[in-house]
Design a protein around this ligand. Sequence first.
Ligand SMILES: NC(=O)c1ccc[n+]([C@@H]2O[C@H](COP(=O)([O-])OP(=O)(O)OC[C@H]3O[C@@H](n4cnc5c(N)ncnc54)[C@H](OP(=O)(O)O)[C@@H]3O)[C@@H](O)[C@H]2O)c1
Length: 293
Amino acid sequence: MKILLLGNTGQVGWELHRTLHTLGDLVALDYPRIDMADPNNIRGVVRSNHPDIIVNATAYTNVDQAESEPELAMAINGTGPAILAEEAIKLKAALIHYSTDYVFDGTKGEPYTERDTPNPLSVYGETKLAGERAVEDIGGTHLIFRTSWVYSLRRPCFVTKFLQWARQHKTLHIVEDQISGPTWARTLAEATAQVIAQGQHQPVEYIKTKQGLYHLTGKGSCSRYEWAKSIIKWDPNKEEQVVESILPAASEEFPTPARRPHTSALSNQKFTKTFNLNHFPWEKVLQLMLQLD
Ligand SMILES: NC(=O)c1ccc[n+]([C@@H]2O[C@H](COP(=O)([O-])OP(=O)(O)OC[C@H]3O[C@@H](n4cnc5c(N)ncnc54)[C@H](OP(=O)(O)O)[C@@H]3O)[C@@H](O)[C@H]2O)c1
C-alpha cells in the first residue's frame, strides 16, 4: 500500500509521519513540494506518486489572519481538498481529510453530532466547510475527521503559548465562555492509522464501507479557562512558573478579527461506535503529553 501524506510539518502531519510509516510505503511532502493553493501542483504531485491513500494534513489554520486573506484560505482549505478528491477518484484511491469544530456557530449548548447543521462564524470556518462539502460532493472514497483545539509541543498552540505566559506573567486572564475538546495531535494520528489498519490488506475497500464524516476529538470538553488550569497543573517544570493567579474572562474582553463559537464541543459517538476505538479523557491525554513527550 502506498500512502501519500501531505503537510508533514504541521501538528497533526508530524505525528502522522511517525505513525503511518508502519502501514506501507509512505511518501510525506510539505510546502513547497506540495502547494495546496496551486491546483496544477496538486494534480502533478498526486499523479506522479500514484497513492492508494492520500492523507491531507495541510490547512490554512491561522483563524484570525484568514479574515484578511480569504482567497488564500479558500484556495488551501476549500479548493485544494476538492482537487485532491477529484484526483483520488481517478486513481481509485481513498482520501482522508481533517476539518474543524469551527464549522459550527456554538449556539447548540451541547456537543454537536455529524447530523447538526454547520453555520461558521469565521472565514476559516467557511473555508473548512467548503473543503468538507467538496470532498463529500465529489463522492469518491473518503473519510473526513472533524476535530477541535489541536495541540502538540511541535508548533505554537494554546498549550505552548500558555506554558510560556505562565513563565512571564503573575496574573493571567483566560476566557471561560469558549468550550470545546482539547485534542492531542498524536491521538488524531494514531486513530487515523488504526482506522487504516482495520482495513488489513484492503484498506481502500474498507474505508469505502465506512466512508463519511466523523467527529474525532479528545474525550469530554472544557472551557479554555479550565484547560489553562490543567496545563499549569500538569506542567512538568512547575518551578519555572511565575504565575500566581489565573482568572476567568469573557471573549468580549479580548476582541479578535475572527469570531469564535462559544460551545463547539463535538460528540465522538459515531466514530467510537463505527471503529470500536476509545480514547482517554482529554485531561489524562494532556497529562501524558506534557509529562512524557
Ligand atoms: N490547530 C487546531 O486547533 C485545529 C482545530 C480543529 C481542526 N484542525 C484541523 O486539523 C488539521 C491539522 O491541523 P494542524 O493543527 O496540524 O495544522 P498546522 O499545524 O497549522 O499544519 C498545517 C500544515 O499545512 C501546511 N500548509 C499551509 N499552507 C500550505 C500550502 N499552501 N500548501 C501546502 N501545505 C501548506 C503547513 O505548512 P508550513 O509548515 O509550511 O506552514 C503545515 O504543514 C487541519 O485540517 C485543521 O484545519 C486544527
